[in-house]
Design a protein around this ligand. Structure first.
Ligand code: F0G
Length: 355
């Protein structure tokens, strides 16, 4: 008996991707992530709710989809080094794919504002990590500037090849469900991912692989909600550091996705984000990082404000693994029920509440 080995998003979908013919795939087997049915959220909404669990990608976030494409094309075009600005996940992915390709990864991150796990990923994969006194938006300016002036490939999502890779998540959703969902909920930060999903959904519908396209609803943290406010935020702030972004690069594309799909942007408090993270972990067994829980927080908030998802098929993308940021999770659960006992059965039984 043989099992099908998933070949990564380039080889699985090459004909549907706008990348140069003959681009060799630099892959870690990304994509093919589980679409997990949520009985809990389906019961709450009266619809069918599915979670696209992107933390199952090789470096723990959806960024691997875009990075296999961007690094493959960069190498095909002769790049010896690549650069990105990041709140942590893009840099983790870039460092891993650059290591696989044998090119030099250069990473620009906001000093003190990325999780230790993400920093470790970039460093362990051998990136030159530059900590910038500034926020993500400052890092992106530097990243663009370096790529303009020096022979390094820019692999932030302003590079359209990134979106080509990331749109495969929409293909996978449709392949699994047999059609596009009615609604797609997700976080939004620099706005590449929502733009990429919309690209994918439109392409699949145009090709006749789906009969419809979903309504796109994307969520930002209250302290970093430029798309909701309609203007850049000078000093973005949120515990969901992955989406701590004040001036998203793919602003216009995300607005087009919102308008063409009849969707919307909404801002949510950090408290709601962290509560959704906990609820998802406890009710569904899916541990995601704070930013990744915002689609679920958004579903709760929509229901509370009277929106209906009854009878609808809903996909929520949870973008990154919970182990990406254990510190924030542990801090939020400050009262963690951690009890220290001697190695004694009676003491353990008492601590466990069994007696
Ligand atoms: N969720 C996670 C876990 C992220 O890391 C990001 C973005 C987003 C959602 C938002 O996606 O930017 O395409 O709108 N992280 C980028 C980074 C900015 O550098 O890792 P987006």
């Amino acid at each position: 008996m043989s099992t099908h080995q998933w070949r990564g998003v380039i080889e699985e979908y090459r004909d549907l991707l706008d990348i140069p013919a003959g681009t060799p795939a630099i892959t870690l087997g990304e994509g093919g992530t589980p679409l997990v049915h949520s009985g809990w959220l389906s019961d709450l909404t009266g619809g069918e709710v599915w979670l696209k669990v992107e933390g199952q990608n090789p470096t723990g976030s959806f960024k691997d989809r875009g990075m296999t494409a961007a690094v493959s094309v960069a190498v095909h075009e002769g790049a010896m080094a690549c650069v990105c600005a990041s709140t942590g996940n893009t840099s983790a992915a870039m460092a891993a794919y650059a290591a696989k390709a044998g090119i030099t990864p250069i990473v620009l991150v906001p000093d003190g504002k990325i999780s230790a796990s993400k920093m470790a990923q970039a460093l362990v994969h051998g990136a030159q990590v530059i900590r910038v006194r500034g926020n993500f938006d400052d890092c992106l300016k530097l990243s663009r500037g370096l790529a303009e002036a020096y022979p390094v490939a820019l692999v932030n999502s302003v590079n359209p090849v990134r979106l080509e890779g990331q749109k495969t998540a929409a293909f996978e959703v449709v392949d699994r469900l047999g059609d596009a969902p009615d609604f797609h909920l997700m976080p939004i930060g620099n706005a590449g991912n929502m733009s990429a999903y919309w690209l994918g959904y439109k392409q699949y519908a145009a090709a006749g692989n789906a009969t419809k396209r979903p309504v796109m609803r994307a969520f930002q943290a209250e302290g970093a909600a430029p798309l909701v406010l309609g203007h850049p935020v000078e000093e973005p702030e949120t515990r969901a550091t992955a989406i701590r972004i004040g001036n998203p690069a793919s602003w216009a594309l995300a607005e087009a996705a919102r308008d063409e799909s009849g969707g919307r942007f909404k801002a949510l408090s950090d408290q709601k984000i962290l509560e959704a993270q906990a609820a998802l972990a406890r009710n569904e067994g899916v541990f995601v990082e704070p930013a990744s829980a915002i689609g679920v927080a958004g579903l709760f908030d929509d229901l509370a404000s009277g929106d209906s998802y009854s009878g609808a098929t809903v996909v929520i993308t949870v973008t990154g693994h919970g182990l990406k940021d254990p510190a924030t999770a542990l801090e939020f659960f400050g009262e963690v029920r951690e009890i220290v006992v001697d190695a004694d059965i009676d003491a353990a039984a008492a601590a466990a509440g069994l007696v």
